[in-house]
Design a protein around this ligand. Structure first.
Ligand code: NAP
Length: 519
């Protein structure tokens, strides 16, 4: 990484309308992805940028999600920027509030906060081929322009309301996990939870300690393995602070374990399915140890291969269902009435509180999260749906000059999101370095490079659990509506990182404003 200083390395766009605020770059999203992009722009000497976010503060996922029981589900030594370790995590798996504080710390330390504009909803962005810039439209009518557009809108940022009959007619309290109401007193309530994904697994044990009756509506069970969690003793935290190399060593060890799991259990299922089978056996043993009732165990046991959807860690999820006031309902929901939930067999459970742990719209509304119109009027969302979900190296798309779409198909590499973020920061470094070397300011990935990347991803995924395992019953969000597992990149973190720093520069064409240069 070569930090540069002084004025922006890239000149402001010609043809910019004087009444519109112009920046070298606009980043959409003030979560960890957007902040990583901001840090990288500063390192590249591009200092005129703004970070827009629809929320009222930074942190993305960790600002929006604050439901009871929220904690990171990747060990905290790994779930953080490698260049900004935090020696003060209180537990191996830090609670959500610590992640939010970490995000605030990063924003202050890297001088990002003054670049952020909150309460700013972007409605769409359009490439202007004459001016060579992006016009970014905001709710309320304002339009900003920027030479570069970086979308960092997250993978799981559009809360999903289930399409169940009558859900809007419920007369009691409805809470989505991504919009928790801490003022609402749960004590003594008759509550229902819909959803048993990673959020449900964290939330359900907490809810059970507060409410009088809890009915959990499970459509698909989840694989749960033991959580090796615990407080990090103060002397160890002090050691991490004084000798950062010790925390780095812990990070390397944890990351290597996660890599091995992903490599064998998910990506190379065809060759090494023993990894996935071992994890499945571990989850089954965990369930057997915690739940003695065979019928309850049967209901809680998934019928799809481990790894088809994101598994989770918990020590208190299964035992919660053995408590007398907690009921697991596996009959499908027919409808919701103002005072309860009716299942397909006609039974009605009366409730006063409905908790939706129903996750997020991913493929439906999140790819992309806003309307993005590129060269010759190409609509990114429509194009992805009409053809295939695709993005070169999970970050750029032909026909979309100067766009870095951080939450793209095949972007997510490894289990910790920070690996993806840092690989993308590396990609930016190489790409912007080449722009500067050529005296250019516009890039676009070639169709040929994008096609070759998509073909390679498709081939490499053939060995994965997604195509070799039994994923049909999983209803996994890893699969898109075309039936392709186009979310995770079939590569190790190391390979993804290496490629981000060595992709062929000729995979892009470069141009200087008004003077097209050869690619
Ligand atoms: P999710 O994994 O998508 O789970 C949503 C749940 O709601 C599923 O059980 C789903 O059932 C159910 N559901 C949705 N619509 C339904 C309907 N109409 N009727 C009945 N059930 C319905 O969402 P999530 O639990 O919020 O987790 C999303 C991801 O966020 C996780 O995979 C993980 O990557 C991340 N996460 C991370 C953390 C952490 O790090 N601490 C915590 C929570 C979440 P089906 O499975 O049958 O569709």
């Amino acid at each position: 990484m070569t930090p540069t200083s002084g004025p922006s390395a890239v000149k402001p766009a010609l043809g910019t309308e004087p009444d519109r605020e112009h920046h070298d770059a606009i980043i959409i999203g003030a979560g960890f992805g957007g902040m990583g992009a901001g840090i990288q722009l500063d390192r590249l000497g591009i200092r005129d940028y703004v970070i827009l976010d629809r929320e009222d503060d930074l942190g993305g996922t960790w600002h929006v999600n604050h439901y009871p029981g929220l904690a990171v589900d990747i060990a905290s030594v790994t779930y953080s920027y490698s260049f900004e370790p935090n020696p003060y995590w209180s537990r191996l798996f830090a609670p959500g509030a610590e992640l939010k504080r970490y995000a605030q710390h990063v924003a202050e330390k890297y001088d990002l906060r003054r670049r952020m504009r909150f309460g700013t909803t972007v409605t769409g962005a359009r490439w202007d081929d004459d001016a060579h810039h992006w016009a970014v439209h905001l709710a309320g009518g304002e339009t900003l322009t920027a030479t570069y557009l970086i979308t960092a809108t997250g993978f799981l940022s559009q809360p999903k309301k289930p399409d169940i009959d009558g859900v809007d007619d419920f007369a009691g309290k409805v809470i989505h996990s991504a919009d928790w109401d801490h003022d609402y007193d749960l004590t003594g309530r008759r509550a229902a939870v819909i959803g048993t994904g990673a959020t449900g697994v964290q939330l359900i044990p907490e809810l059970a300690t507060r409410v009088a009756e809890l009915t959990v509506y499970q459509r698909t069970p989840i694989w749960v393995v033991p959580k090796l969690d615990g407080p990090i003793p103060r002397p160890l935290r002090r050691l991490f602070a004084r000798l950062p190399i010790t925390q780095r060593a812990a990070r390397v060890a944890n990351s290597a374990l996660l890599e091995a799991l992903t490599f064998t259990g998910v990506l190379h299922y065809r060759q090494a399915r023993l990894g996935a089978l071992g994890a499945e056996l571990l989850a089954r043993a965990h369930l057997r140890r915690q739940v003695k009732d065979p019928e309850l165990r049967r209901k809680l046991t998934p019928r799809y291969s481990f790894g088809c959807k994101r598994p989770t860690f918990s020590n208190d999820y299964f035992p919660t269902f053995t408590r007398p006031h907690v009921h697991l309902e596996t009959e499908s929901i027919a409808r919701i009435e103002p005072d309860g939930i009716v299942t397909a067999d006609g039974r009605k459970t009366e409730i006063d509180t409905l908790v939706l742990a129903t996750g997020f719209d991913l493929w439906e509304t999140n790819f992309p999260a806003i309307e993005i119109i590129g060269r010759e009027g190409r609509d990114l969302g429509k194009w992805w749906r009409d053809t295939r979900f695709q993005a070169y190296e999970g970050i750029t798309v032909p026909h979309f000059p100067n766009l870095l779409s951080l939450n793209s198909p095949y972007a997510y590499t490894g289990l910790s999101y920070f690996w993806t973020i840092e690989a993308q920061m590396r990609h930016m470094e190489r790409l912007f370095g080449e722009l500067r070397r050529r005296g250019a300011d516009t890039f676009e990935v070639t169709k040929e490079a994008n096609d070759a990347f998509l073909a390679r991803m498709t081939d490499d995924l053939a060995d994965s659990v997604f195509y070799q395992g039994n994923c049909g019953p999983a209803r996994s969000y890893y699969f898109n509506p075309h039936g392709e597992a186009a979310l995770l990149r079939p590569a190790t973190v190391l390979a993804g990182r290496r490629e981000a720093g060595s992709f062929p520069l000729d995979d892009y064409t470069y141009a200087a404003r008004h003077t097209e240069t050869a690619g």
